[in-house]
Ligand binder design. Structure first.
Ligand SMILES: Nc1ncnc2c1ncn2[C@@H]1O[C@H](COP(=O)(O)OP(=O)(O)OP(=O)(O)O)[C@@H](O)[C@H]1O
Ligand SMILES: [Mg+2]
Length: 640
């Protein structure tokens, strides 16, 4: 294509988007195109011959005025400037100006000027810049989140105040550093930083939780999101990383989980307790019937000797059954406890023979008691049972033999005690062995009923459950510490007896003295009314008493008993079950107290359901009872 000067001129003059014009060597305007008119509002005749300065706003302090621009163009062969220029009407526009000197050899012919109105564009740029700045300030100011960028290789390229606060690095310490510095050594060894970046690059985003490291080496539990940042056609330019310190939230979640687990455990134990207690209660009645009838058979002189032996064996079995149901009741905290002040030292001394024979010669008992120790509130017989069970456990843990330490001390319990005791003064009794110890699972489950590691037929798994139940029912607690291969310390906490109660302390060695029962045959025949809704128990008790020489009457409910009372003459006592439908034994006793004041009422019960000292009750009797206990209760010759 071959264009002459006039064609060029027409082209240039017609361009309306760009102001294109010539300046004379002295800087005055020589030509003016359509674009210049559009941008400035000046017509050609207004400006041609005028100095370039006409386009510059007069009031502005000029940083780089027209003369300087031209001087730069001459000196450097070109000058370029973005700045405000003035329109004819006085308004301004943001102009991008390019000035080229035109020479012929050494002679300056003039300047070519290309100018563009960039006001709109500048506005957009300005807004963009402002919004970016706002965003930067926002991100920078977020203190709860660490928000920063990584380059594609994982080096930190920006850092906000949250990052500084959470991770402890100032921006100049960390920018340029590889982000694996925030990971724990174990995670770095596993290659986690690289794996996470790869995953983010591949999937666009990864979210993780884990331990991260602060500058000072301390750890925090972090919630981390890594987002891939890409530009045109998916080119990866880096990653945005948002990290939150959720250590507190995690701790709270863990605590909640623990509390839930504890609640679940206690609900489970509660349910098992109810079941066990119910089963044991019914079983007690059965055993009572069996025991009562066997007792009667054994006492029958006409029974052949061989039969006597069989009956003896059966009685031994029954006694073991009774033992078992007692343990179950104790675990279910339905054992009837006779709480009284107990001197633990005397209790342990009184048990020395029992312990020696039960534990065998390979076990040495080492008693470490302080010189003075407060009395505790407890049930002597049950406490002995607890000590015996714990010592047997300790012996079982030391099959080769060894030393069992029995240690005691006082303890003031404040609010937060590991065994969840209520605040108060307690006496500690620890049974310490150096045996096998327990692993974590065994330790957490040890007090669960029926949990045993001793194999079928060897352990019932009720020992610790019973001790736990008795300790709690006595107002104390149980604490077990154990380390595998080192040994176990089981500590019973028992509430200290008040000084007044302690004054009534009785000698525990007397607790075993069995009451002597006068022979019934020498007594005149007297009447007794027995009340029980369980026909088996009723007939057994009636049989026992008849055998002992009493004129015995039975009633299967409290109502029936009240009816019979009207027709019966003089009575020595009423023996009644407590838990009966319609009217309980205690209610019956209260009625009797008004109907026949002074008539002795013996209240029998399988477990601690008794309402304490109720009106009209002379004595309470624990089921299953044998003949001797029953007679003792009727005659008032027993303390319990
Ligand atoms: N001193 C101890 N050393 C090591 N393990 C023990 C100790 N005491 C208890 N255990 C563990 O706790 C379990 C439960 O004990 P627990 O006394 O309730 O039942 P058991 O001893 O197995 O049965 P039982 O008491 O009827 O003979 C035991 O089987 C044993 O695993
Ligand atoms: Mg045991």
């Amino acid at each position: 294509m071959n264009l002459d000067d006039s064609a060029y001129r027409r082209l240039v003059e017609g361009i309306s988007d760009y102001a294109i014009f010539w300046l004379q060597p002295d800087g005055s305007i020589a030509t003016w195109n359509a674009g210049a008119v559009a941008a400035t509002g000046y017509a050609a005749e207004d400006v041609v011959g005028q100095p370039l300065a006409i386009l510059f706003p007069r009031a502005d302090p000029v940083e780089c005025g027209p003369d300087a621009l031209l001087a730069t163009a001459i000196r450097e062969g070109r000058s370029e400037q973005d700045g405000w220029l003035a329109r004819r009407d006085g308004s301004r526009f943001w102009a991008q100006t390019l000035i080229d000197p035109v020479r012929d050899g050494d002679t300056l012919l003039g300047f070519g000027v290309v100018m563009r109105d960039r006001t709109e564009r500048r506005k957009i740029d300005e807004e963009l810049r402002r919004s970016q700045e706002q965003f930067r300030v926002l991100v920078q100011g977020v203190a709860d989140y660490a928000i920063y960028m990584l380059d594609p290789q994982g080096h930190v390229s920006s850092w906000n105040s949250g990052a500084e606060r959470i991770k402890g690095y100032a921006p100049d310490e960390v920018i340029g550093k590889h982000y694996s510095a925030f990971y724990t050594d174990e995670d770095v060894a596993r290659g986690e930083p690289a794996t996470n970046l790869e995953a983010a690059a591949r999937e666009g985003r990864v979210e993780r939780e884990g331990w991260r490291k602060r500058k000072d080496g301390s750890r925090f539990w972090a919630h981390v999101v890594i987002d891939r940042i890409t530009v045109y056609e998916g080119r990866l330019i880096g990653f945005a990383k948002v990290t939150r310190d959720v250590t507190d939230r995690r701790a709270a979640a863990l605590a909640l989980e623990e509390a839930r687990e504890a609640l679940f455990q206690s609900q489970k134990l509660e349910a098992v307790g109810q079941l066990t207690g119910g089963v044991a209660h019914d079983f007690n009645n059965l055993l009572m019937a069996v025991q009562g009838n066997l007792d009667l058979m054994r006492d029958n002189a006409e029974l052949p000797e061989r039969m006597q032996r069989l009956v003896s064996n059966a009685l031994t079995g029954v006694r073991r059954g009774v033992n078992l149901t007692q343990r179950m009741l104790a675990f279910a905290r339905r054992q009837q406890l006779h709480l009284e002040p107990v001197n633990l030292m005397a209790l342990i001394s009184g048990m020395s023979d029992l312990l020696r024979t039960s534990l065998g010669p390979s076990i040495v008992i080492d008693v470490r008691f302080p010189l003075s120790l407060s009395a505790v509130m407890g049930d002597i017989n049950q406490l002995e049972l607890c000590v015996l069970n714990l010592c047997v456990n300790a012996r079982d843990a030391m099959p080769e033999g060894g030393v069992i330490v029995l240690a005691a001390g006082q303890e003031d319990v404040a609010d937060a005690h590991p065994s969840q005791l209520s605040p108060g003064r307690y006496v500690r009794l620890s049974i310490i062995d150096s045996g096998s110890g327990m692993d974590g699972d065994t330790l957490t489950r040890a007090t669960e009923p029926f949990f045993t590691t001793k194999g079928v037929g060897k352990g019932t798994g009720l020992g610790l459950s019973m001790v736990h139940g008795i300790a709690q029912q006595s107002g104390g607690g149980l604490q077990i510490e154990s380390e595998q291969g080192v040994g176990t310390t089981v500590t019973l906490f028992l509430p200290e007896a008040s000084a007044a109660a302690a004054a009534t302390l009785r000698d525990p060695s007397m607790a075993h003295a069995s009451p002597t029962i006068a022979e019934p045959a020498s007594q005149p025949k007297r009447s007794i009314l027995v009340v029980d809704d369980d026909p088996l128990v009723l007939s057994t008790a009636v049989e026992m008493l008849a055998y002992a020489g009493y004129d015995t009457h039975g009633a299967s409910s409290a109502r029936e008993a009240l009816q019979k009372l009207q027709s019966l003459g003089e009575l020595e006592a009423v023996v009644t079950d407590h838990a009966m439908p319609g009217m309980t034994g205690s209610e019956l006793a209260a009625e009797i107290a008004t109907l026949r004041p002074g008539l002795r009422v013996v209240l029998a019960s399988g477990y601690a359901e008794l309402p304490g000292a109720a009106a009209g009750i002379a004595v309470q009797l624990q089921k299953p009872f044998g003949r001797d206990a029953l007679l003792a209760a009727i005659r008032g010759s027993s303390g319990g």
